[in-house]
Write a protein that binds this ligand. Structure first.
Ligand SMILES: Nc1ncnc2c1ncn2[C@@H]1O[C@H](COP(=O)(O)OP(=O)(O)O)[C@@H](O)[C@H]1O
Ligand SMILES: [Mg+2]
Length: 229
């Protein structure tokens, strides 16, 4: 489903001569419905890698194939469509809209997809997912009235509302306490199975990593396989 072939990423480094080489040679294959966890020190390029996979950024060299399609060959409109339909994003901070209710926040990604599914169907899916993550009684609350863990669960539901094939989560538990982090990790594992969505999760916590999926480590611009448990 997703394949990275010899992906590299350089940034111009202001004030220094030469370039900052963040990703050197990344080759990665992610099968439909599988779950990959990326660990690595701060600054090792985990977010850069996730942004490239999610078509938010382009590699300096190499290829990213999504369903066999080379992302570099696609125009902005087609990329935007893939980002909205096929890929769900969860960030360290939830990025929910403070003035909207939990339910409204979850429905935001469906606004650009008006003609694909009926409003009723989409609403039913939103309510169903919110129930499954334990937020049935919180649907009409605003993000400011929720705990950090609850907000992150809303962000996960929002990322899944359009039934993406791939969920990208960049340190989704980075601002949560231990108990809420485990809760989110367990939720990701459950949704990975029940929604048949592939996941790439970046985390600092080695303990959580092993819980979630197949562990890979990013270090010195290279991704190495750490296996499972
Ligand atoms: N847009 C950018 N321009 C220049 N350098 C960047 C940019 N984004 C990230 N970097 C640099 O790339 C390196 C990796 O960053 P990042 O991918 O955020 O790492 P991680 O998520 O693993 O902490 C860091 O040294 C960072 O300063
Ligand atoms: Mg990061």
């Amino acid at each position: 489903m997703l394949e990275l072939i010899n992906v590299a990423k350089n940034y111009e480094s202001p004030g220094r001569t030469g370039q900052l080489c963040v990703l050197k040679d990344i080759t990665l294959k992610v099968e439909t419905g599988s779950s990959v966890v990326i660990v690595g020190p701060s600054g090792s390029g985990k977010s850069t890698l996730l942004n490239i996979i999610g078509a938010l950024d382009r590699p300096s060299a190499g290829k990213v194939l999504f369903d066999g399609k080379d992302l570099a060959a696609l125009g902005e409109i087609e990329l935007a469509r893939i980002r909205n339909r096929q890929i769900g994003f969860v960030f360290q901070l939830h990025h929910l809209l403070p003035q909207c209710t939990v339910l409204e926040n979850v429905l935001v990604p469906t606004l650009a997809e008006k003609n694909r599914v009926s409003k009723k169907e989409v609403r039913e899916r939103a309510v169903n997912l919110l129930e499954r993550v334990g937020l049935k009684d919180w649907m009409l609350y605003r993000p400011g009235e929720l705990s950090g863990g609850q907000r992150q669960r809303v962000a996960v539901v929002r990322a899944l509302i359009n039934r993406p094939k791939l969920l990208l989560a960049d340190e989704p538990t980075g601002s949560l306490d231990e108990a809420s982090s485990q809760n989110i990790a367990d939720l990701l594992v459950e949704l990975n199975r029940s929604e048949d969505v592939a996941m790439i999760v970046v985390t600092h916590s080695v303990k959580l990593a092993e819980r979630i999926g197949h562990v890979m480590e990013l270090s010195d611009g290279i991704l190495t396989d750490k296996g499972r448990r």
